[in-house]
Design a binder for this molecule. Structure first.
Ligand code: HEM
Ligand code: ISQ
Length: 145
C-alpha cells in the first residue's frame, strides 16, 4: 500500500505540534545532531555561536527542513513520489552531504517529533515521518547528478 491519508494526517497534525514551540524543538533537533555528528557545527554558518534558540536563522532553517518533510508527505500521498527542487540537490551536492549524515538528521528529526507530540506519539506516526523523510532524501540525492 502507498502512503495513506491517515499517514499524511499524522504528519500534518504533528507538524502543528512542532510549530507551537519552534525554538524549543529546534534546540533538541540541533543538539541531537551535534551529539552524533559534532563536525556538523562547522557545516552550518548559523551554528557558529552554538545552539542559540534566540538566533532566528537557526530556527528558520530547522522549520524549513520540517516543512519540506511535511510537504513530502503530501506529495507521497497525492502522487506516490517526491520531487525535490534542483537547487536543493545542488546545495547538498556542493556540501558533499553523505548517507550517514542523512541518517543522523533523520534520527534527530524523529526524536524531535516525539518530543513535540508528547503522548500522541506512536510507531505509526514515527513511521509516517520516516517514510516522508526517506523519500525526500532520495529526491534530494537524485538531483545530485
Ligand atoms: C542547505 C533542506 C539534509 C546540510 C539546505 C537548504 C534546505 C535544506 C532547504 C537551503 C538553505 C536553508 O534554507 O536551510 C534539507 C532537507 C534535508 C537536508 C529537506 C533532508 C531531507 C541535509 C543533511 C545535511 C545537510 C543530511 C548534512 C548534515 C546542509 C548544508 C546546507 C544545507 C550544509 C547549507 C547551509 C548554509 O547555508 O549554511 N538544506 N537538507 N542537509 N543543508 Fe540541508
Ligand atoms: C540540513 N539542511 C538544512 C538545514 C538544516 C537544519 C538543521 C539540520 C539540518 C539541516
Amino acid at each position: 500500500m502507498g502512503f495513506t491519508e491517515k499517514q499524511e494526517a499524522l504528519v500534518n497534525s504533528s507538524w502543528e505540534a512542532f510549530k507551537t514551540n519552534i525554538p524549543k524543538h529546534s534546540v533538541l533537533f540541533y543538539t541531537s545532531i551535534l551529539e552524533k555528528a559534532p563536525a556538523a557545527q562547522n557545516l552550518f554558518s548559523f551554528l557558529a555561536n552554538g545552539v542559540d534558540p534566540n538566533n532566528p536563522n537557526l530556527t528558520a532553517h530547522a522549520e524549513k527542513l520540517f516543512a519540506l518533510t511535511r510537504d513530502s508527505a503530501g506529495q507521497l500521498r497525492a502522487k506516490g513520489v517526491v520531487v525535490a527542487d534542483a537547487a536543493l540537490g545542488a546545495v547538498h551536492a556542493q556540501k558533499g552531504v553523505t548517507d550517514p549524515q542523512f541518517a543522523v538528521v533523520k534520527e534527530a528529526l524523529l526524536k524531535t517529533i516525539k518530543e513535540a507530540v508528547g503522548d500522541k506519539w506512536s510507531d505509526e506516526l514515527s513511521n509516517a515521518w520516516e517514510t516522508a523523510y526517506d523519500a525526500l532524501a532520495i529526491a534530494i540525492k537524485k538531483a545530485f547528478a
